[in-house]
Design a protein around this ligand. Sequence first.
Ligand code: SAM
Length: 234
Amino acid sequence: MRIDLVSIFCDYFAPLQLSLVGKAISSGLVDLGVHDLRDWTHDRHRTVDDTPYGGGAGMVMKPEPWGEVFDALVPADGPTPVLVIPTPAGEPFRQSIAAELAEADWLLFACGRYEGIDARVSEHARTKMQVRELSLGDYVLNGGEVAALAIVEAVVRLIPGVLGNPESLAEESHGSQLNGELEYPVFTKPSTWRGLEVPPVLLSGNHGEVDRWRLEQARRITAERRPDLLQFGE
Ligand code: SAM
C-alpha cells in the first residue's frame, strides 16, 4: 500500500518508523511519503492560511496549496488514491472503516490545522478521487496529524503480512469473533499476583468453558461500557 501524508508539521510522522508500521515500511509492505504543504506555496512567508469569509475567530487553510499538492501527487491520467481528510465534523472512524481502507492500494491524508481546510478542497477532490472525511472521536484536536497517525496504524495492522499472528485480529475488540463487541479481560503468568487470582476457568484446560467464559465477559464489558455495540439476539 502507498500512503502519502500532507501536513505543515511533518515531524509528527516520525513515530511511523517504529514498531509494526515501521517494519511494514522497511519490508516494503507500505510505501510512505510525507509532504510539507508549504512546499506548494509561492510567497516569502510560505502562507497556508487566511481569514475566514463571513468573519469569526481563527484562520482557514487556503485552497491553492492543497490543490497544487494534489495535482503533483495524483497525475490526471493515473490511478487515484482514497483521500482521507481528518475532521471532527467527519464520519466517526471505526474498525469497519479501517478494514475498508486496508483494501485500498493508495491512501492520501490531508492534515488540516487552524479552523480547518477551505471546504472547496474536499468538494473539488471528490470530482477526481474517493474522499473520506473521518473523525477520530467527539473532541477537537489541534490538527489532523494525530488523527492521521491513528488511522494509519489501525489500517496498516490489517494489511496481510503486517501482524505475526493474523488470528489475533478476529479475536480482539471490534473483531468478527466477538461480533464486533469489546474484548474479554486477559491474563498472563503468574497465576497469583499481589493477592489477585487469575479466574480459575482459564487454568482449567477446558477450551469450551474458556470460550464460554470469554464470550460472557465480552458481553458484560460491552453492556457496561458500550451498550451501543451490543448485537442483540446473538
Ligand atoms: N473548526 C473545526 C471544527 O470546529 O470542526 C476544528 C478545527 S481543529 C482545531 C484543526 C484540525 O484538527 C482539523 O481541521 C482536523 O484536521 C483536526 N482534527 C481536530 N479534531 C479532530 C478529530 N476529532 N478527528 C479528526 N481530526 C481532527
